[in-house]
Write a protein of this length. Sequence first.
Length: 196
Amino acid sequence: MWKVGIEVRKDITATALRKKARSEKDGRVAARMLGIANILDGMERTTAAQAAGMDRQTLCDWVHRYNEEGLGGLSNRPQGRPQRSLTQEQEKEIAQMVSQAPTGNLVRWRCVDIKAEIEKRFGVVLHESTVGFLLHRLGFRRMSVRPLHPQNDPEAVEAFKKTSPPAWRKSSPSEPKTKPSSSGSKTKQGSDKKEH
């Protein structure tokens, strides 16, 4: 006994889908149209998928897209950079936040703290490494922590932390490297040719 698939929308007939498939330049999109047309013609799902050159599950996925979006749902999704998780306004807000010293128990901003703040403010969950990339893109550089001396004073360290700058600082634009001047440099002496 074959498993019954989901109902397919019927606003476009199987005949119309086949006609559109014949004029479609992208063979993969045409195959999706033919697979759905096969279902509308009453063909069993596995057979309909095989006739269109795909498996049953793939055709099922395209049926879902077709039901939700119509013919447009059968087109390929545009390729390119993934969409950013935060809007430009949200990124500006994070940049302003990191530029200032944190309040409360925090001494300086760490990626894990910024990650938690982003989730709290915007409901967006990011990985710590993604937060690091975001800060780098916003023009911040990480401030490295110096190693502790064995005879350091913990109280003095805590007092210093309260007045120390945040862990992330805005990068200054790097100065272009200039080539050393060639004037006044030693020249290689060539061999003198004697005239006869």
